[in-house]
Design a protein around this ligand. Sequence first.
Ligand code: NAD
Ligand code: UFG
Length: 333
Amino acid sequence: MNILLTGGAGYIASHTAVVLAQAGHQVTLFDNLSNSQKSVIANLEAITAKTIPFIEGDVRDTQLLSQVITEHHIEAVIHFAGLKSVAQSVEDPILYYANNVQGTISLLEAMQANGLNKLVFSSSATVYGDPEYLPYDEHHPLKPMNPYGQTKLQVEEMLHDVSRSNADWRVACLRYFNPVGAHPSGLIGENPSGIPNNLMPYVARVASGHLPELSIFGNDYDTKDGTGERDYIHVMDLAEGHMAAIDFLEKHSGWHAINLGTGQPHSVMELVTGFEKASGKAIPRKIVGRRPGDLPVYFATVDQAQKLLGWSAKRSLDEMCESVWNFQTKSMS
Ligand code: NAD
Ligand code: UFG
């Protein structure tokens, strides 16, 4: 199938591109490079030994998207393009609504103009908000706690309306939990610019000596060791989940929300210990106060993904840490 990946040079999209290309799909990548580098494309071509078309552009450019859809005979779209920093979304909500919501409207217009109706959307566990119960299932109330989460919810609702308006639409909103890890080649992975906000890339830079020590945001939560717990999922498992969603939409119409997680929460301390084992390096750390807005713990129910997509995550926390260390030592030092 000819599949367009918006935000195609980004972290999750690049891993998904590898999985799709290696399964025989033709992928076309579209990205404005606001949070990625063009050099990723050469690495993707090296991994897959295939030519991967790349178009530099903004998803808000409906005309360019429409042209790409026609020229590359696109049959399905995976919409990764968007901004993802919670803190930045609080500071500049307009930027987030413009990129994430307006960007999706533009994509839908381009798809509609070309009779294209198969769409996988990058949503987030952040749509659930403060847990009323755990693990979150897909029926949990949706109450995002910041503008970033609001943009994800608004897009989900818009897509739901669109699929109610026309039974031909086939939409999967994939609610990712905490994606981490890298491709086994070590050629692609998560490479945030500046000081990372997220735990795994921060730990990797402490292990490699690029940052002096990790601050652990609180050890007084009501969790197994007092530190925050999350449902970390290997990006290669996540990538395979996208391919399963594309296959699912071949056979099923309508709108579907599906959690992509492992169903297993891990604490900050477990991840740090796992990374020390994978890297053979000590991770200097100190306990500091809780980070405002952090939830103590959340994780996914994974039955829906298993039932609808026939997919479940397979890779362990150790494999996540090992792959990040491999990427850190091969590509980032
Ligand atoms: P990423 O920043 O690496 O990838 C997003 C890509 O989209 C980047 O390459 C960026 O340049 C591009 N982009 C942004 N705005 C664009 C625009 N207007 N036009 C064209 N390209 C644009 O992030 P990621 O971690 O790969 O996330 C991919 C998607 O998954 C995002 O929508 C994100 O919100 C969502 N998501 C990510 C996480 C996570 O923790 N990584 C969790 C849940 C959901
Ligand atoms: N943490 C630290 N020190 C750090 C960074 C994080 O102790 O330097 C802790 C946090 O307090 C939390 C855990 O590590 O307990 C995970 O934090 P991350 O920042 O890696 O991930 P979050 O779950 O806070 O947030 C992520 C994405 C958000 C998204 C959310 C839900 O960054 O964009 O998952 O999907 F909204």
